[in-house]
Structures are given as structure tokens and as C-alpha cells.
Design a protein around this ligand. Sequence first.
Ligand code: NAP
Length: 248
Amino acid sequence: MGLLEGKTLLITGASRGIGRAIAIKFASEGANIAMTNIVEDDEFCNVSDECEKLGARVKRYVSDVADFEGSQELADKVMKDFGSIDVLINNAGITRDTLLMRMTEEQWDQVIRINLKGAFNLTKAVLRPMMKQRNGSIINMSSVVGVSGNAGQSNYSASKAGMIGFTKSVAREIGSRNIRCNAIAPGFIITEMTDKLPDEVKKEWSEKIPLKRGGTPDDVANTALFLASDLSTYISGQVIQVCGGMLT
Ligand code: NAP
């Protein structure tokens, strides 16, 4: 029997990278998968096919995390389709990296809207069903740069730091309803998001990591599995850094 047998996962931005790895890992552990993406493309369909092959009940939803009302409608649809939302993973995220001197208002707003407001939108949308269930695990995908800051990423770092404050506050507000809320702060994980970085930046990051390698999406998915499952029933309001020891 899998660690998530009978539980329903709602995960945002699951077409590739970390989101894809989590959807597949959770499917292999017996979860039902409600997965979202901003567009319905081949990558997104391939992930749902892979989850189905593992025996999971799967449904794809096209939804923009930045849309408040759309997020509420999404949660209503998932409840109708699956009957519960046991785990929410606010995974969708973007970068618009540049030095503050050059950053436009639009670059700032886009990142805050998708990364931080997106987590607010979805968390708010699942609160009612989770409260009624008196059970739930919410996992916010932050980043080590939300803890340390990073030159060229002031918008992204601010959004990810905001997610940490949000996580801790939510954990305090709804712990009495048996709903846990934690954040994962990945370090340098090899996905399309980080592949866009120049080679010298990637080399420099890897050299700084005590474990001497970038992380894999599976490294993050395993941590999400722990936080979603009953292995972590007494853990809430925490930030787990999955970074090969880069930030201690
Ligand atoms: P990724 O490969 O860029 O994937 C991001 C996913 O989010 C994609 O499926 C993307 O869809 C989707 N998405 C983007 N905007 C969306 C929106 N408005 N509504 C719904 N979905 C949207 O990123 P990743 O590397 O897997 O990262 C996943 C999460 O981990 C992000 O929150 C990221 O900030 C965080 N993280 C990553 C790293 C890393 O090293 N990779 C490190 C720390 C934290 P499309 O593909 O269709 O655009």
C-alpha cells in the first residue's frame, strides 16, 4: 500500500520540472492527482498519461494561479470531481531575473502575482473543504533565495520570502483544524527553469554546494511526499531546505 492511498493531491504547474516529478511520485504512492497548468500542451498531457499508467485517478485543469476567482472555481471543480482535497502543493512559479536597476514594474508585478498571490489564491480556495474535513497538508514551494536573497532576483526572492511568512502564519491560524502548512525551499535543482541560466552561473552554483551537485526534481518530490503523508503529522510551519547543504 502506498503512503498516499486514497488521498487527493491538487498541484499547480505540473507540466514539467518539480511539479511533474511530484505528480508522478504521488501517483506511484496511491494518490488521486488533480493537476493544473497555465496551458493544455503536450508536456502537461504526457504527465497525466504517466500518472494514469501508474494506476492513479487523474484530471487536468487549465487554470492561472494568479486568478483569484478562477482558483476558487478550480477548487470547487476538484471537490466535485474527487470529493476531497487532502494535499495542496503551490508549485507554479516563474522568474523574471534582472538587476533591480533594470527591473520593470511589470517584471516585479508578474513574479509577485504568480508566485506569492498564486499561493494565497489556492490556499484560500482549499481552506473551506480542508476545514470541513478537519484534515489537510498544504505545501508551498519557496526557494533558498527566499531565505538568503540573491542578486538579480529581488522580485523572485521577495516572492519566495513572502511565501515563508505566509506558510508560518497559515500554520498558526489553522493548526487547530488539523491542517498543516509547510514550505520547501529547494536550492539549485536541475529543471528547465534553471537550465536557462548561463553555464558559468550553473558551474559556480554547483561548486558552492557541499554535496557537489545540483538537486534533481525527485529530491524535492521525496520531501513533498514526506510532508504530504502521515509520516509528518506533527510537522507544521516549517521550511525544509532541499539544497545539498548549500544553505545551513
Ligand atoms: P518550471 O520548470 O519553470 O515549471 C513551472 C511550472 O509552473 C510549469 O508547469 C509552468 O507552466 C507552470 N506555470 C507557470 N505560470 C503559471 C500560472 N500562472 N498558473 C499555473 N501554472 C503556471 O519550474 P521548476 O523548476 O519545476 O520549479 C517549480 C517550483 O519550484 C517553482 O515555484 C520554483 O520557483 C521553485 N523552485 C525551483 C528551483 C529550481 O532550481 N528549479 C529552485 C527553488 C525553487 P508552463 O510550462 O506551461 O509555463
